[in-house]
Design a protein around this ligand. Structure first.
Ligand SMILES: *[C@@H]1O[C@H](CO)[C@@H](O)[C@H](O)[C@H]1NC(C)=O
Ligand SMILES: *[C@@H]1O[C@H](CO)[C@@H](O)[C@H](O)[C@H]1NC(C)=O
Ligand SMILES: *[C@@H]1O[C@H](CO)[C@@H](O)[C@H](O)[C@H]1NC(C)=O
Length: 970
């Protein structure tokens, strides 16, 4: 019913631990706070008899069957009192009358004087012992014989087969008269045999009240066994006026272990009373085998009988009520004799007498109650309906037979009922809590069903470990959970733990056990109650509170306990010969990114000092590859360490700039994430085996990164309960740079030039045309990203082949235009058209995209003629790059440099004159030859706003022109 799960929570590595658990389960008595009360009509004797019953078909249902032998007739027969049988559900609903024999008038027949159930899914019998057989009605010789009759019903209390119904009247058709069968009163007692093959009927009025026992089969017709007729012969069981059959029961294990023995009370036999033990023979007789005689005159020994194996020795014991037992001196009124079965040697039997109080009718009813407390011994209940307001005493069976002190007394006074204890039925679990329930009845229209109750479980823990010196403080989390199997089947749970924390479901109770070292036990006690359907409980509570029928004041005593011990062995496998698990967990990591389509892991590039560098442009995540191995550190000596690492976990702690977003790829590792995603606890294996390698990829969101973020560091802490003292946490580190997605491109128009003509001095030049052919250099700075909100200033630097080292002009810059506007912000200003030669028409450039710089230049024909007329070609390079001046040190530029080349050739005539056409001079690379002018154009000047880069994207501040265009568009 309850499952024990232990969970170890000690952090120290531990090699060999033996945890011993002892638990005691103590059950209390019948729980008098959960009683169900059913009331019948005043004066109907509702509760004179009762039986717990359970049907299985057509649908499962539990009933309390209640006889009301003085119940009124239905409808027109209201003034008569035929008696009735009621079935009462184990829920608050009202009892309903079982329709037994229609609307025949059978006034005063006492239908319901007995009711018995064959058990779960079995038949039911109820009788009317004063049923009259009327013959020659309205004639002078009319006869009325109270032969009695019984009704057998199928499990659902209907007549389903031929043998069901009221034809169970064995005295009909037999000789009439009180000395024969005329006053049979069959059914004053009735009982099913435990083998389910027979029903026993007592007919105590037969043969001049000698009494008779009939036995017949509810499944097979025609077989009727009887006790002996009166005879003049020597052997007789009991004499006339004995009332044999006043009570009846049967069991195996009375006279022999295998055969059934029938027990019939004859309370007036020999004026003291007797109990006859009978067996059936093969000619349909019930033969007496032994007679137990009462000890006191008129004590009514045998008024009630019950069978139960009280001491659990396999022999059925007998319980006999003698409610009229009287001892004036000792003030005893009513007694119950308990005969422990002397292994069928009944002649040796010496009864134990339980005494009732004066005039209490103690023993008017005796009943087996089943094993109420589950201690393995059957228990009994004894009714004493005239003891105060009526009492029912519960006696526990035990190894020595019976505990003569009642374990519990159910008092009618507390229940507000009079004459409690007229009837008792037990041994059947009707509320589904596995404990047998008990129904008790009174004459005064009320009855209670009492169901068990709260159970205490005491669990004690202790541990032993190797070595002995190893004795840490261990906190055990102990988790009690009940009804697991039921809940798996989606059935409601029935166990409710008391005193659990509110966050726990009713069927769970968690406690902590502190073990302060080896062999220091600690115990915890938890209590649970077993309950039926909620409606039942509510009904009972309601009844108790509003009607005060059953009191909650009855004291409960602890009456039984079970002890069970189990050991949990924590000796781990895979720990080598020394049985000490010494693991060698090693962790390595690698930062990387996810390839856009394949999702493959791409490690980050590393800088000159081998630190991985994460360049943030537009990626939304960074991936951390974590590899954990558990290899022996010394391959020469593999037993040293590398043992299984038990309960290996990795705790990943992330900085504010990163948050956990998942695992990449098909991962089997389970990571638990805290609420804000700053920590992930990943289970890497229990154990992580020797020589295992675990590799997995944590995807970390970069959405928390700001412009100030210069590094990423992730704290990785491995833990295991195996032994590895030097298991230090690792910090995964990567440098972070913010990449400005600026692209610089340049081109020259035309990209081929020619020189010719005559050498002219500088002073002879008046206009730019005098210098040589014009060439336009265009530089475009484009922004691949979306927006760049913040950085300092960016400059476009151009390395210009201005003159040769001998100060001869090479490429003469004549005009400059930025974004189509007149040049304003390039320096040195003087370097543009330094000779102040007159400017000709300069076409403005349309459709400027991004930032745009145009430099008009003229190649200096004279220099080329003088210096390079002997070569076939000269390549002239102009280089440019962008630099950034910013407080943010980790901004980087990519593709921020370019070079533009122009090929310069001598005109045909020139090159023909000089015939060395095989080499090309590359200018601008040869720094010693050419003086390069540095032309720096300040592209943008932007104020610095430190915004977090929410979308982790950088954008260029739009140039003035773009801004103007944007405004115009709006
Ligand atoms: C007998 O007589 C009574 C009254 O005289 C009558 O109500 C009843 O029906 C009669 N019974 C039979 C069986 O004739
Ligand atoms: C009942 O009373 C008798 C004497 O009257 C005594 O011997 C016997 O022990 C009593 N039974 C119990 C259970 O006390
Ligand atoms: C410079 O050379 C080009 C190409 O040969 C020629 O067209 C141009 O007239 C020359 N300019 C001067 C001023 O000599």
């Amino acid at each position: 019913m309850s499952l024990w799960r232990t969970q170890r929570r000690c952090t120290a590595g531990l090699c060999c631990l033996l945890l011993a658990l002892c638990s005691w389960i103590s059950a209390f008595n019948l729980d008098t706070t959960t009683v169900l009360i059913k009331e019948g009509e005043e004066g109907s004797f509702f509760g004179f008899s009762l039986a717990l019953h359970q049907q299985l078909t057509p649908e499962p249902h539990s009933w309390i069957l209640v006889g009301a032998p003085q119940a009124r007739g239905i409808g027109a027969l209201w003034s008569s009192r035929p008696g009735a049988l009621y079935r009462c559900p184990v829920t608050p609903e009202k009892c309903e009358r079982v329709d037994i024999d229609g609307h025949e008038s059978k006034d005063n027949q006492w239908l319901g004087v007995t009711v018995k159930s064959q058990g779960i899914g079995g038949k039911v019998v109820t009788c009317a012992h004063l049923y009259e057989l009327r013959q020659h009605v309205n004639q002078t010789f009319e006869t009325r014989d109270p032969i009695g009759r019984c009704y057998v019903l199928s499990e659902d209390l209907t007549e389903r087969d031929d043998l069901d119904g009221g034809e169970w009247k064995f005295c009909e058709g037999r000789s009439q008269g009180h000395e024969q069968f005329g006053f049979c009163q069959q059914g004053l007692s009735a009982s099913f045999t435990p083998d389910k093959n027979y029903i026993l009927f007592g007919a105590p009025g037969t043969y001049n009240w000698k009494g008779l026992l009939f036995m017949a089969s509810p499944i097979e017709d025609a077989l009727v066994y009887k006790t002996l007729e009166p005879s003049k012969s020597s052997f007789e069981d009991v004499a006339q006026n004995s009332y044999l059959g006043f009570s009846v029961d049967s069991a195996r294990g009375i006279m022999s272990k295998s055969e059934l023995t029938f027990v019939a009370g004859a309370p007036r036999a020999n004026h003291k009373g007797a109990v006859v033990l009978l067996r059936k023979d093969n000619v349909y007789r019930l033969m007496p085998e032994h007679i137990l005689w009462g000890e006191e005159l008129a004590s009514s020994f045998g008024y009630s009988v019950a069978v139960a194996d009280l001491n659990s020795d396999g022999w059925t014991d007998l319980v006999v009520g003698a409610p009229n037992f009287f001892d004036r001196k000792a003030e005893i009124g009513g007694a119950v004799y308990v005969y422990l079965n002397p292994a069928s040697h009944w002649e040796k039997a010496r009864p134990i007498r339980l005494n009732g109080t004066y005039d209490s009718m103690f023993g008017m009813t005796v009943s087996s109650a089943g094993d109420l407390d589950w201690d393995g011994y059957e228990d009994i209940a004894v009714g004493a309906p005239f003891d105060g307001d009526g009492k029912v005493f519960i006696y526990r069976g035990c190894s020595s037979g019976i505990d003569t002190k009642p374990s519990q007394v159910l008092d009618g006074l507390n229940a507000g009922v009079k004459r409690l204890g007229y009837s008792i039925s037990g041994g059947l679990d009707v509320d589904g809590n596995f404990y047998p329930d008990l129904a008790i009845g009174s004459l005064t229209l009320a009855m209670c069903i009492l169901s068990l109750s709260s159970v205490e479980v005491k669990a004690c823990y202790t541990y032993t470990a190797y070595p002995d010196s190893y004795s840490p403080h261990i906190t055990l989390g102990v988790h009690f959970e009940a009804d697991i199997e039921r809940r798996k089947l989606s059935l409601p749970h029935r166990v409710h733990f008391l005193g659990r924390s509110l966050s726990e479901p009713e069927y769970v109770h968690s406690v902590e056990v502190e073990l302060r070292g080896q062999k220091h036990p600690d115990c915890k006690t938890v209590t649970f109650v077993v309950q039926v359907e909620q409606s039942f409980i509510h009904a009972c509570m309601h009844s108790v509170m509003s009607e005060h029928k059953c009191s909650q004041k009855m004291h409960l005593r602890c009456i039984a306990s079970f002890l069970s011990t189990s050991q949990v062995n924590f000796v781990r496998e895979g720990c080598g010969e020394d049985k000490i698990c010494q693991s060698n967990l090693q962790l390595s990591y690698q930062f990387g990114t996810k390839a856009p389509i394949s999702n493959a892991f791409i490690p980050l590039p590393r800088d000159e000092s081998d630190v991985p560098v994460f360049s943030l442009s537009d990626q939304r995540s960074v991936v951390l590859e974590v590899t954990v191995t558990n290899m022996p550190s010394d391959p020469e000596n593999p037993q040293e360490d590398g043992d299984d690492a038990h309960a290996t976990q990795l705790l990943v702690s992330l900085p504010n700039t990163l948050s956990y977003s998942g695992l990449m790829g098909q991962q089997v590792y389970l990571c638990l994430i805290n609420q804000n995603g700053s920590q992930a606890l990943c289970e890497l294996g229990n154990p992580l085996k020797r020589e295992a390698t675990v590799k997995f990829y944590l995807v970390l969101s970069t959405s928390g990164i700001t412009i100030e973020t210069t590094s990423l560091s992730v704290h990785l802490a491995l833990s295991t309960i195996s032994e590895q003292p030097a298991l230090a946490p690792v910090t995964a580190y990567a440098r972070m740079v913010i990449e400005l997605p600026l692209v610089l491109s340049g081109l020259a128009r035309p990209h081929q030039l020619f020189f010719s003509g005559a050498v002219r001095g500088e002073s002879a030049m008046t206009s730019l045309q005098d210098i040589g052919s014009a060439v336009d250099y265009e530089f475009i700075v484009s922004n691949a990203g979306q927006s760049l909100q913040t950085f300092g200033s960016a400059s476009l630097n151009i390395l210009w082949p201005y003159e040769l080292i001998n100060r001869k002009w090479l490429l003469y810059p004549s005009a400059l235009q930025v974004d189509g506007q007149p040049p304003t912000n390039c320096e040195p200003q003087s370097e543009i058209n330094p000779l102040q030669l007159s400017l000709q028409l300069f076409l403005p450039v349309d459709k400027i995209r991004n930032s745009f710089l145009l430099i008009r230049a003229h190649m200096w024909n004279s220099t080329f003629i003088e210096e390079f007329s002997s070569v076939s070609a000269v390549e002239l390079l102009v280089r440019a790059n962008i630099t950034i001046k910013s407080n943010i040190k980790h901004l980087v530029l990519k593709d921020a440099a370019t070079q533009v080349s122009v090929m310069i050739y001598p005109e045909h005539g020139l090159s023909d004159q000089h015939s060395i056409p095989w080499w090309i001079i590359l200018i601008a690379v040869l720094a010693g030859i050419i003086v390069l002018a540095l032309l720096v154009c300040l592209l943008w000047k932007v104020s610095v706003h430190l915004h977090p880069l929410n979308n982790a994207q950088l954008q260029l501040q739009p140039s003035d022109v773009e801004r103007k265009q944007a405004t115009e568009l709006h």
